[in-house]
Design a protein around this ligand. Sequence first.
Ligand code: ADP
Length: 256
Amino acid sequence: AIQIGHDLGAALMTARSLERERLAVSELQQLDDYRSHLVATLSHELRTPLTVIAGNLELLGALDLDPTVASHHQAMTRGAVRMQKVVDDLLLLARVSDPGHPLERIAVDVRDVVTDVASLVDSAAEVKGVRLGVDLPAEPLTVAGDPTEIDRLVGNLVSNAVKYTPTGGGVHISADRHGDHVVLRVADDGLGISEEDQRGLFKAFFRTTNPDALREQGTGLGLTIVASIVERHDGKVDVASRLGEGTTFTVTLPAA
Ligand code: ADP
């Protein structure tokens, strides 16, 4: 009887702690949903007044401004552009991380996306003195996904690679089919990322502790957006990097 009582007591305690855990998880989920909703609403509300500010700054820029006013105008323009980038990234992140937001799936050839992104980034890389190489197969690399999102995913990885690679370095983009997956690699021989930083890389607003990388402007949202887009497309993203040697991001997506 003592043993049965003991077993019953233990089972009850387990049931109670499981119930507490379930409640804690659902509260956390509610909090997370609320936070996402708040961020999306705030970003949306900020976007219109920001457009007004940026538009008026542009109009002012066309006037013949006195040098002191011109330098204040420049500082305000830089601030407005930066704020617009943060707000746009936050809105995109809210959209791609919302499980309720339907994913439009159409056939996308990853080769076309890579070619478009490379031609867009090419001039910035050339100005910086960073070589940009592309390696693609002759046959299509079709995935089923949202073309704008896939474009953004590749764009964020390639622009980061150029941004965090000093003059004289190189960025190499390649894609291929492995079994029933399409594998995209964006490799650079730039600044690299320490092991500790690699752990926080995909978290929102994460920026490295490396002072060389911090010299570059960024929102810390680019890789969070990449991770959400990859997840929505049932893929995975991995990073291999060594501080001072370079970084390779590998994205694997199911082939269509
Ligand atoms: P952002 O570039 O706007 O700061 P990201 O989310 O795109 O934000 O990247 C987060 C951080 O990861 C960057 O601040 C940078 O330190 C590091 N990082 C990303 N890509 C690379 C890369 N190719 N090489 C070195 N560091 C990188």
